[in-house]
Design a protein around this ligand. Structure first.
Ligand code: ATP
Ligand code: MG
Length: 348
């Protein structure tokens, strides 16, 4: 059986390098390999509202921005169904029934949620909708019979939670739902790309991002601001590469071609790292190298994005058409779900 692939992003801002290496590149690869039954990308506006309920305009404004990012990185709406979460009411129905299958204690133990509660200073005032978002995510995944989720590692606890719900549902109501697996990037740093501040993960909510839409100047400014090694004061000082965010990014983005093109005096990253550790290599040089790489990666995306943004009616069309297609599947799939629960009272 071929995979049914589903992923999504919260429309809390434009997409950034973390999305790019954590999930978007795998999505484009899967799309182009074409070895799947169906592939969906969901813009998770309901989930975004769980911690942005006081600022719905932010979600509204970013919906189309995220769609633009998808098309700019090469997602093809002819091959992939892009849809809007809030326009599929069956997702809310699934969520409602799934809530019976998960204890509050289990939700509180979710490490990603715990981390987000801390970062967002929610403390004692966690909205119950936010606490429940892993359940709503289980609904997103299972409603479409998803088997594969290309995502960053922060999504691992969500996949675990989803599979727990699936097993519980199936054991209570009969074999109905599929389990799924996560597809992480091969590069372990790309599974959770840190922010340009060196802390945590790059995240829209934390304001530590390089966005796919950033201009050349913005990229340059952000790279030049990056944290390196505070003890590497003079060029001749030996430098530390552990926790040095410029090297962390180079670990993800540098390849031999980029060395040939922008830094031919070094063969590869190991040589560069060794020189830095020995001393005699300045921060500006490594930052310029990283800037050149990121700018080369992002320039075609930025240009395509600009081109696409001239025709926002087309973006709307993509979202409306994708959502219509997803809704047809949702309506079909919920029939079996309701039957399993025995709430299909008047079926003939
Ligand atoms: P928010 O701050 O609103 O939660 P976000 O930046 O975390 O936004 P999401 O929309 O929550 O982005 O994440 C969408 C997808 O991108 C998920 O699959 C997630 O794992 C992946 N992703 C997000 N940030 C990173 C990152 N820094 N590194 C790797 N993957 C990431
Ligand atoms: Mg997130």
């Amino acid at each position: 059986m071929k995979d049914i692939i589903l992923t999504g992003d919260r429309p809390t801002g434009k997409l950034h390098l973390g999305h790019f290496v954590g999930s978007l590149r795998n999505r484009v690869k899967l799309q182009n390999e074409g070895n799947f039954d169906k592939m969906y990308i969901m813009i998770a506006d309901c989930q975004a509202l769980t911690d942005n309920f006081d600022n719905p305009m932010k979600i509204r404004e970013n919906l189309r921005e995220v769609a633009l990012d998808y098309l700019a990185i090469g997602i093809d709406p002819e091959k992939v169904i892009i849809f809007v979460q809030s326009m599929i009411p069956e997702l809310a129905e699934y969520t409602f029934y799934f809530m019976n299958l998960v204890s509050v204690a289990r939700l509180m133990r979710n490490p990603t949620v715990k981390n987000e509660v801390k970062l967002k200073n929610m403390d004692e005032s966690i909205p119950s909708g936010f606490l429940n978002y892993p359940i709503s995510q289980a609904a997103d995944i299972t409603l479409f019979n998803t088997t594969l989720v290309p995502a960053g590692i922060d999504q691992e606890p969500m996949i675990e939670q989803t599979n727990e719900i699936v097993r519980k549902f199936n054991s209570l109501y009969g074999d109905t739902l599929n389990e799924c697996r996560i597809l992480l990037p091969d590069n372990t740093i790309a599974r959770r790309l840190p922010g340009i501040d060196g802390n945590n993960k790059m995240s829209k909510s934390l304001g530590n991002c390089i966005y796919l839409a950033d201009s050349e100047e913005e990229i340059r400014k952000k790279v030049m601001m990056m944290y390196t090694d505070p003890n590497h004061v003079r060029v001749e000082d030996p430098g530390n590469i552990e926790g040095n965010i410029v090297f962390t990014y180079l670990d993800v983005f540098a390849n031999d071609d980029y060395f040939r093109k922008y830094l031919p005096e070094y063969k590869n990253l190991d040589e560069l790292k060794n020189h830095y550790k020995r001393g005699g290599l300045g921060d500006v040089k490594i930052k310029k190298f990283l800037f050149n790489i990121l700018n080369e990666e992002l320039t075609p995306i930025r240009n395509k994005r600009e081109e696409l943004s001239k025709n926002m009616d087309y973006i709307d069309e993509v979202l409306i058409n994708g959502t219509e297609k997803a809704r047809i599947v949702a309506k079909e799939n919920i029939i079996k779900f309701k039957k399993a629960l025995g709430i299909n009272y008047f079926d003939k």
